[in-house]
Design a protein around this ligand. Structure first.
Ligand SMILES: [Zn+2]
Length: 404
């Protein structure tokens, strides 16, 4: 807000300054202001015309720039708004000697800043009901949605703005960076510390985690590009979950059945088979539709829970306490619980289902699910590190007479 002006003097300012504004279309690239949902609220409370406040302008735009109104159009909109001022106030403002302002450039600058704020805040986020069907994924998130951009640049710029996907993007973007760091550290250890076999086996897990988190944040970033792009990256997102599950099983099965070739190969083949089925199902176009949310949660929980079979095998052959102490069973159960609780939250969409519109930006179910997936991946890394450490301190299978 401009200092020294009445709170609602922007309408007046818009009229006074609109003459100095050229026809050149306004470009968001020139805006230094990040989109801010709160600002939208303040602008809406400023009684702007609906077209400005509802954030749906991109869809309606006829301007060449593709970004909605040019400055002259904005000037006339603001003038129209000014006409709505109460007559007393209007007179009051008319009575002000504009020469007193004596700062036409400042006036133009403030008007431009206001326009930028309108652009930055109102034109990038929209109410759920204004979205096209393919962007209406969650009916309980009411405001702060991005509108279709048809531009990868605009999508990637939105990473630094506040909207319904900001939390989803950053939870898995930061998670991916963390796993890239861990993987780089692990794989660059000298072979005297970590041998190539360990690096190869752990790489399956690192690849799964990095691809899953990578596909996820990229999907959430470009989801609003267009229906076609959103759908394609949505499938990659689901594939990523299957890849993380397969990648998580590899080191676990490798070290749990270290000297037992037959169960090791059988269970590895089983998880590759089930993981492939999950990927094939993910490629089905209807799989991403909102009504299949419980089915999606079910497919991936079932894929993860297939681990119960090798876990039971281990408990039967080696005993429960051995499984807890030497096969990180406790950590694996914790990981499974995190995935399952995350998937249930994802499927039932709590808390936004209970308080629609209250979790539009932060703490919505999908963000909670993302955090649970991340936590589960870290727990799993810890678990497989423990199993590997234990197994490697035991020494060679042949020397111990453990080969089947
Ligand atoms: Zn997600």
């Amino acid at each position: 807000m401009a200092s020294g002006y009445p709170a609602n003097s922007f309408g007046r300012l818009g009229v006074a300054c609109s003459q100095t504004i050229t026809e050149e279309p306004f470009s968001p690239e020139t805006s230094s202001l990040a989109g801010n949902f709160d600002t939208t609220e303040s602008i809406n409370s400023f009684h702007l015309p609906g077209e400005l406040g509802d954030g749906n302008t991109v869809g309606k735009s006829k301007s060449k720039s593709g970004y909605g109104y040019n400055r002259a159009e904005l000037g006339s909109l603001l003038a129209a708004e000014d006409d709505k001022l109460p007559p007393e106030l209007d007179e009051d403002l008319d009575g002000v000697d504009t020469s007193l302002l004596n700062v036409p450039s400042k006036c133009a600058q403030q008007a431009e800043e206001f326009v930028k704020k309108v652009w930055a805040a109102g034109w990038n986020v929209a109410h759920h009901h204004t979205l096209p069907d393919w962007l209406k994924d969650n009916d309980f998130l009411l405001r702060g949605h991005r509108v279709p951009t048809n531009s990868f640049i605009a999508c990637f710029k939105s990473i630094f703005r506040i909207h319904t996907e900001t939390g989803n993007i950053w939870t898995h973007l930061l998670g991916m960076i963390a796993f890239l760091g861990i993987a780089a550290y692990f794989l660059t250890r000298p072979s005297i510390e970590i041998q190539w076999q360990e690096k190869a086996v752990f790489s399956a897990f690192f690849m799964g985690a990095i691809l899953c988190l990578g596909f996820s944040w990229v999907f959430h970033t470009v989801y609003c590009h267009s229906e076609r792009v959103g759908r394609f990256f949505n499938k990659l997102d689901y594939c990523g979950i299957a890849l993380l599950t397969i990648g998580s099983f590899v080191p676990w099965l490798y070290y749990s059945f270290y000297c037992r070739l037959e169960p090791k190969v059988t269970y590895l083949a089983l998880i590759f088979f089930l993981g492939t089925i999950a990927i094939v199902v993910s490629m089905w176009d209807k799989f991403a539709q909102p009504q299949y949310r419980p089915l999606r949660a079910g497919v991936f929980v079932a894929l993860g829970l297939s681990g119960v079979i090798p876990a039971m095998h281990y408990v039967i052959t080696d005993g429960f306490w051995h499984a807890i102490n030497y096969a990180a069973l406790g950590w694996l159960v914790l990981m499974a619980l995190l995935y399952i609780v995350g998937a249930v939250i994802y499927a039932v969409r709590i808390p936004e289902r209970i308080f629609p519109g209250k979790f539009d930006i932060w703490f919505q179910s999908h963000q909670i699910f993302h955090v649970f997936v991340l936590a589960a991946a870290f727990v799993h890394y810890h678990g497989i590190s423990e199993i590997a450490n234990y197994r490697l301190t035991l020494g060679d299978c042949i020397a111990r007479g453990e080969v089947e």
